[in-house]
Design a binder for this molecule. Structure first.
Ligand code: C2E
Ligand code: MG
Ligand code: MG
Length: 552
């Protein structure tokens, strides 16, 4: 009865699924060859339950005994339980054991058979991508790291994956990851033995490329970029961009944690400085990472000490026709950064990346509302513009909180202008449009900052209800008759805004020449070093409502 062809076929079909069959009347069992090899059990054995029990971890024996007993007593048709069993090396491994009783026509139990599955191996497959998972518990990856074989380990990250999930949903995101995973897996198969694609974390995949040089890895990355540039999921096709960070084995170290950290730093660097690029780990990357950690810690320190060292500066905004200051822009300053030569836009970037912008942004709003309250009493139509990054808008409560604060501070909402910065990171335009409507319904004005620098700003102008556009200063700083392209962009942006009834502010005006040029257009206001640099409040308050003379 145990000389069963199907049993033999199934037994040889897998290395890590173990089969067994038992002639119940004789209590005589047969194990598959891999069970014999891995657990040291005899292929044929009488009273298997007692023999196998010896292999089961003492703490798990009762679970096993009760489950098998229930099946043999006919109380349960299927045996199914998880336990640890000792293998030939003396290690305990987790197994899932399943078995079924077969009865003859008289209802007597005849054959009992089933299989055991290594849980540690099988749960290391990622359910989303169907690839192996790579984490610090993965034996397979440890084996690679422990071997002396040279290899490149490449971490491939999907750029702006969160945006995909936000726009198309979680399930869609999973389908995209599955498709990418399949493409990477097929590529690795074609690259030959030892090349493996695994799911790392979130939107990151790990590729093991044994014996490859840096140049070859770079070429492989170019192949990957082409392979995944368009991914179809749930009947839709979307554009995908990936970046990669890589380490060399064994040169860049051995330990799992060290290598993973280095890889992450290289990927982070690629995403920051060369989006869509491939970055090999290097000492410079480590330096940059360390610098960033210092910056982040210093920011955290300031925030935790009641925003110590943060200050607001104000830069006048001047009416085009009268050259009178009609409002100002609130600009954040950080003493530690100034003292250590860190540019403000770098600080803002770090605040955004770390998420600290939420706390600091609230502090900016609280502080500037207090000043605005004071100034609106002196100057009835004076406005204060405040920068709010797309990251801050992602907080669903942000807008209602802002409106509440405006009321609590006794501020006239019409005196406040919210400038949307970092519009490239807008993830959900519909949600943002809803938020803008709410702000405008409350009387607060909305402005699109740095207009023209991101390729999506035209779409934003179409999709978002805004009152004002600030043309990015990069177009203005260069403004001269010979720079025809900049001039054409500025001119057509102004015309577009005029047609849409959107006010235009021109910033970055440093020279009289630039002012003369923009004054030919139908713009509302001007801002720039020519009129005044951003100032601390004590100085700024002397200038409120000043009219600027243009010196020739
Ligand atoms: P922005 O909103 O476009 O601010 C204008 C920037 O241009 C300011 O730089 C200002 O000092 C500078 N600027 C003004 N006039 C001129 C000029 O004539 N020539 C030149 N070369 N520069 C001029 P700053 O203060 O370094 O701010 C950089 C960016 O940081 C801001 O750009 C804004 O996006 C962001 N930011 C500043 N404060 C905050 C804040 O409180 N919250 C948020 N979320 N972002 C902020
Ligand atoms: Mg601004
Ligand atoms: Mg700007």
């Amino acid at each position: 009865m145990l000389q069963n062809k199907l049993f033999e076929i199934l037994s040889s079909a897998s290395d890590d699924i173990y089969f067994y069959i038992c002639d119940v009347k004789r209590d005589y069992s047969r194990w598959s060859k891999n069970t014999v090899a891995d657990f040291g059990v005899p292929e044929y054995v009488y009273n298997n339950a007692a023999v196998w029990m010896e292999h089961i971890h003492p703490d798990d024996r009762e679970t096993y005994r009760l489950d098998v007993q229930a099946v043999f007593e006919g109380k349960k048709n299927r045996h199914e339980c998880e336990y640890r069993a000792r293998n030939i090396k003396g290690e305990y491994v987790w197994l899932k054991c399943c078995g079924v009783m077969h009865y003859n026509e008289n209802g007597e139990p005849v054959l009992f058979g089933g299989f055991m599955m290594r849980l540690d191996i099988h749960t290391s497959y990622d359910p989303v991508t169907h690839l192996r998972t790579a984490n610090h518990e993965s034996d397979w990856i440890r084996a690679i790291l422990d071997s002396d074989q040279p290899a490149i380990l490449m971490l491939v990250g999907v750029d702006a994956f969160r945006k995909i999930v936000n726009n198309y949903g979680y399930e869609f995101g999973n389908s995209v990851l599955f498709q990418i995973g399949q493409k990477l897996s097929a590529l690795c198969s074609s690259l030959g033995e030892g090349c493996i694609a695994a799911r790392f974390v979130k939107d990151e995949f790990l590729l093991i490329l044994p014996g490859r040089t840096v140049e070859q890895a770079q070429e492989i990355f170019q192949q990957i970029k082409k392979l995944v540039q368009q991914v179809g999921a749930q009947g839709q096709t979307i554009d995908i961009c990936v970046s990669a960070g890589a380490v060399r084995l064994p040169d860049d170290g051995r330990g799992y944690d060290t290598l993973v950290a280095k890889q992450e730093h290289a990927l982070e660097y690629a995403k920051e400085h060369d989006r869509g690029g491939f970055c090999m780990y290097s000492a410079e990357i480590e330096q940059e990472h360390t610098r960033r950690i210092h910056l982040r810690n210093a920011l955290a320190h300031s925030i935790n000490n009641n925003f110590e060292g943060f200050e607001l500066y104000f830069q006048p905004i001047v009416a085009k026709t009268s050259h009178r200051m009609t409002g100002c822009e609130t600009l954040l300053r950080w003493k530690y950064g100034t003292e250590h030569g860190i540019r403000m836009d770098e600080t803002i970037d770090e605040l955004e990346r770390s998420g600290y912008i939420k706390q600091v942004g609230e502090w900016v709003i609280d502080t500037c509302l207090q000043y605005l309250r004071r100034w609106q009493e002196r100057e009835e139509t004076f406005t204060v513009s405040v920068n709010v990054s797309a990251v801050q808008f992602r907080d669903a409560e942000f807008i209602s909180r802002l409106i509440r604060k405006v009321h609590e501070n006794g501020v006239d909402p019409r005196r406040l202008i919210v400038e949307l910065t970092e519009s490239a990171t807008v993830e959900n335009v519909d949600q943002l449009a809803g938020g803008f409507r709410e702000l405008r319904d409350a009387g607060i004005r909305v402005s699109l900052d740095d207009f023209g620098t991101e390729n999506s700003t035209l779409t934003l102008l179409r999709d978002l209800p805004v009152d004002e556009v600030k043309i990015d200063q990069s177009f203005i700083l260069q403004l001269a008759p010979q720079h025809r392209v900049d001039l054409a962009i500025v001119e057509s942006t102004i015309q577009l805004c005029n047609k849409l009834g959107v006010l235009v502010v021109v910033e970055g005006l440093e020279t009289r020449e630039a002012i003369d040029m923009v004054e030919n257009y139908n713009i509302t206001s001007m801002q720039g070093f020519y009129f005044a640099r951003p100032m601390p409040v004590s100085e700024f308050e002397h200038h409120i409502s000043k009219t600027y003379d243009l010196v020739n």
